[in-house]
Design a protein around this ligand. Structure first.
Ligand code: TQI
Ligand code: CA
Ligand code: ZN
Ligand code: ZN
Length: 164
């Protein structure tokens, strides 16, 4: 069953902005942009949420790649283990998603698939914690699925539709 965070933080609006502030050198920028866009669509496809990209100024969901200590008190740990993290909805760092640039990011099946990890992180950005349903996107185990044929599992859909 899906879970929300304590106090059930959620966005109190359906039009959210996102901004990509830094990139990995593992992939061309266009592939990063595309993976992020499709990962957000996983959630906007099944809710009234809309995501608009902005290029300057502040945004609800700030997205970036970083390594080790990167200013939020949750340093990354080099290759392996933690791949990314995201913050529950809220002001400031709330909603933001960070990706460990010591991982080898990929848009296909080898290494770590950016689309799948980003879709999971944006679940956190929108207010979903971890599910205990094996196979759910928010289940805390990375398992590769073909991004081309990815469908949001029913448990995650129920969870996000409860919130929005
Ligand atoms: N990063 C953890 C995660 O996103 C960080 C984390 C642990 C976390 N508990 C949290 C973030 C609670 C927000 C709220 O779950 S990770 C997976 C999965 C990670 C793990 O790098 O371990 C995915 C990132 F689900 F496969 F285990 C992406 Cl898909
Ligand atoms: Ca790591
Ligand atoms: Zn961070
Ligand atoms: Zn998670």
């Amino acid at each position: 069953e899906y879970q929300t965070f304590p106090g059930t933080p959620r966005w109190k609006k359906t039009h959210l902005t996102y901004r990509i502030v830094s990139y990995t050198s593992d992939l061309p920028r266009k592939k990063v942009d595309d993976a992020i866009k499709r990962a957000l669509m996983v959630w906007s496809d099944v809710t009234p949420l809309r995501f608009q990209r902005v290029y300057t100024g502040q945004a609800d969901i700030v997205i970036g790649f970083a390594r080790r200590e990167h200013g939020d008190g949750y340093p990354f740990d080099g290759r392996g283990n933690t791949l990314a993290h995201a913050f529950a909805p809220g002001e400031g760092i709330g909603g933001d998603a960070h990706f460990d640039d010591d991982e080898k990011w990929s848009d296909i099946n080898q290494d770590v698939n950016l689309f799948l990890v980003a879709a999971h992180e944006f679940g956190h950005s929108l207010g979903l914690a971890h599910s205990n349903v094996r196979g759910a996107l928010m289940y805390p185990l990375y398992s590769y699925q073909n991004p081309q044929t990815f469908r949001l599992p029913a448990d995650d859909r129920r969870g996000i539709q409860k919130l929005y």
